[in-house]
Design a protein around this ligand. Structure first.
Ligand SMILES: Cc1ncc(COP(=O)(O)O)c(C=O)c1O
Length: 367
């Protein structure tokens, strides 16, 4: 068969979409399928089961898969989980905390926001004080892994405080699940949002909402704010009929199921360990190359390293030189756009890929 893929293979060091296995990519060619036939129901049901098997095997959660990127599921989660007249508390220490705040505003949901510096952890005592003083706060939203900087937020401490006060813990783990230590049950996470194309190593186009069974009961009483992005109606169709209410991205489901099979085979802990090993190697080499990390090491995730641009080096020059050599790095966002760059080690990357990155980076820096 002729190779139809004319795009040069690039080593993606952006935090998703990530490099995927050949099996995942080739699964797109399994064939056309009608989403109202039993074959799709089987695919959907198996994919949902595998998500639950990977992340919440104790049976106390369910999941709805949504066709759309991570933000689609974030929007669905937020607009479906806050009752009329109640508030959401948003913990904001990066671009993605900011995004949740913007979603609440778009849906005209009352919000309280605690803002922190982008390289700083949220203050758990302040979160507790805010919740205890405002009984209207129903949902508390936090980002697990702030992709902006590569910072891991203290979800276990936040979850304990949120549970103590009987509120719902809403977690954006879009760049965390599959790559970072998390135990949804122990961390008291009620609603968790994730996507197929980051640490799960599937293709872009699908995301999902994990919900504690109790949350489903609570959310049933909330009138829908959106037709498409309503978690309960998506969930009911998927659970009861084995269907999606609207046309799903059928072929991407093939790839998602394949990626979940690979994750289950490697083991979630195995994947976390692989990413940890990769980031430790990279960070040790970055230091050798005199590159300075943005964050203190104790705050760092297993998958993203934000680095200051060396003096006399612009992001464009660094990016373009590395791109020519087959590596895609990632710019800083917002206020960090001019000062940092990011290297992610999510996805199907080998140690040889990373060694080759370091060799090329060293050459570009010396040049
Ligand atoms: C933590 C976090 N939340 C939300 C998003 C948005 O996801 P998407 O770009 O898939 O809509 C991202 C994407 O990088 C992310 O890292």
């Amino acid at each position: 068969m002729k190779n139809l893929n004319k795009t040069k293979k690039m080593i993606l060091l952006n935090p998703g979409p990530v490099c995927t296995s050949e099996k995942v990519r080739n699964s797109l060619l399994k064939g056309d399928m009608c989403h109202r036939e039993s074959e799709f129901s089987t695919l959907l049901t198996n994919t949902r089961k595998k998500i639950l098997q990977a992340f919440t095997p104790d049976g106390s959660y369910t999941t709805a898969i949504i066709t759309g990127s991570g933000t689609a599921s974030l929007e669905a989660g937020i607009c479906s989980s806050v009752s009329q007249g109640k508030k959401i508390l948003i913990i904001n220490n990066g671009v993605y905390g900011e995004r949740m705040s913007r979603i609440a505003s778009v849906y005209k949901i009352d919000k309280v926001e605690l803002k922190y510096d982008w390289s700083e952890l949220p203050d758990i005592n302040q979160i507790e004080e805010t919740i205890s003083q405002d009984t209207e706060i129903e949902v508390v939203a936090m980002v697990h892994h702030e992709t902006t900087t590569g910072l891991i937020n203290p979800i276990n401490e936040a979850g304990a405080v949120i549970k103590k006060h009987g509120r719902t813990f809403f977690l954006d783990s879009i760049s965390g699940l599959g790559g970072e230590e998390i135990d949804l049950v122990n961390d008291n996470v009620d609603i968790c949002i994730c996507t197929a194309n980051k640490c799960i190593q599937g293709l872009p186009g699908l995301s999902f909402v994990l919900l504690k069974n109790n949350e489903v009961k609570r959310m049933r009483n909330i009138p829908p704010r959106s037709l498409y992005f309503n978690v309960i109606s998506q969930l009911d169709e998927q659970e009861e009929k084995g269907e999606c209410p609207f046309t799903p991205s059928v072929h991407t489901f093939y790839a998602f199921e394949e990626a979940l099979d690979e994750l289950l085979k490697e083991g979630v802990q195995g994947r976390i360990d692989r990413y940890k090993k990769a980031s430790s190697y990279l960070r040790q080499e970055f230091k050798r190359l005199n590159l300075k990390l943005l964050l203190q090491e104790k705050l760092l995730s297993n998958t993203i390293t934000a680095l200051y641009l060396p003096e006399n080096m612009t992001y464009t020059r660094l990016h373009d030189n590395l791109k020519e050599r087959g590596f895609i790095i990632y710019a800083g966002q917002g206020e960090l756009n001019k000062t940092i760059f990011r290297i992610a080690n999510m996805g199907e990357l080998t140690m040889e890929d990373l060694e080759s990155l370091i060799k090329n980076l060293q050459e570009v820096l010396v040049e």
